[in-house]
Design a protein around this ligand. Structure first.
Ligand code: NAP
Length: 242
């Protein structure tokens, strides 16, 4: 029997990452589920994944901590290589640049860009040996259009878009496809506090998106149907930025 394909999804205890992990399980992947600290939420997602018949390995670690990333992933990678890596973990620490604390700048760059570097470098090595793989980076409209009050977050996501394209060029010959998915406003903890009346006028479809609507495109990019797509940024934003 062929070995079950594995998908590693970072930041999957809730929100967009949880929806992606569940969608990939429904598509037949065993899941390595990373998150940082919310064990109860992660366990609840793992239960849903196992109910689909797929395995789920919980991997609590901070993607921006080099020792933690290596400690959690290196032992697993000795024997198994994920076919899919979704770099999704992250958060925003908003504020205007003139008033921004240096930690808020560094933390946001470190979770999105540092996390991408640390996790991808380790997993990529295993993918290169197998000569196959799919990497999907979750970016943001903020990294494409810019967003006042999010200079740190825009810089991180814009940087991740550029990194997506460069890495796609580096690994295409090894049959590893690297793309970015760029959500607009999606209903998760991250956007829970933003007043809807402030957002809706900027969304042509007139509503906020759901995590499943992001997960669907990630599932497609990890499927056989997306075998000729690499280096792309695919927006899921209700038309908010075209
Ligand atoms: P969320 O509901 O707040 O979930 C964030 C997830 O990331 C949680 O699982 C959290 O784990 C994990 N996480 C945070 N920091 C981490 C770290 N240092 N190491 C490992 N895991 C960490 O956020 P979301 O809205 O689903 O966002 C997911 C991704 O989509 C982010 O990259 C975000 O920038 C991007 N995005 C979101 C939106 C939106 O409108 N929601 C729009 C565009 C882009 P714990 O909770 O267990 O600590």
């Amino acid at each position: 029997m062929p070995q079950q394909k594995i998908a590693l999804v970072t930041g999957a205890s809730k929100g967009i990452g949880a929806a992606i992990a569940l969608a990939l399980a429904n598509d037949g992947f065993d899941i390595w589920l990373n998150y940082r600290s919310d064990h109860d939420a992660a366990n609840a997602v793992a239960e849903k994944i196992r109910a689909t018949g797929r395995a789920c390995t919980l991997l609590p670690f901070d993607v921006s901590d080099p020792a933690a990333v290596k400690g959690a992933l290196a032992p697993l990678l000795e024997t198994e290589a994920p076919f899919v890596l979704v770099n999704n973990a992250g958060y925003a620490k908003d504020g205007i640049l003139a008033m921004m604390d240096e930690n808020d700048w560094n933390d946001v760059l470190s979770v999105h860009l540092g996390g991408f570097f640390l996790v991808t470098k380790l997993v990529l090595f295993a993918m290169l040996k197998k000569r196959e793989g799919r990497i999907v980076n979750i970016v943001s409209t903020s990294g494409q259009s810019g967003m006042g009050g999010q200079t740190n977050y825009s810089a991180a996501k814009g940087g991740l878009i550029a990194a997506t394209k460069s890495l796609a060029l580096e690994v295409a010959k090894r049959n590893i496809l690297v793309n970015a998915v760029s959500p607009g406003f999606i209903e998760t903890d991250m956007t829970g506090a933003i007043p809807r009346e402030k957002i809706l006028p900027f969304i042509p479809l007139g509503r906020i998106g759901q995590p499943d609507e992001v997960a669907g495109i990630v599932g497609f990019l990890c499927s056989g149907k997306a075998s000729y797509i690499t280096g792309q940024v695919i927006a899921v934003n209700g038309g908010a930025y075209m």
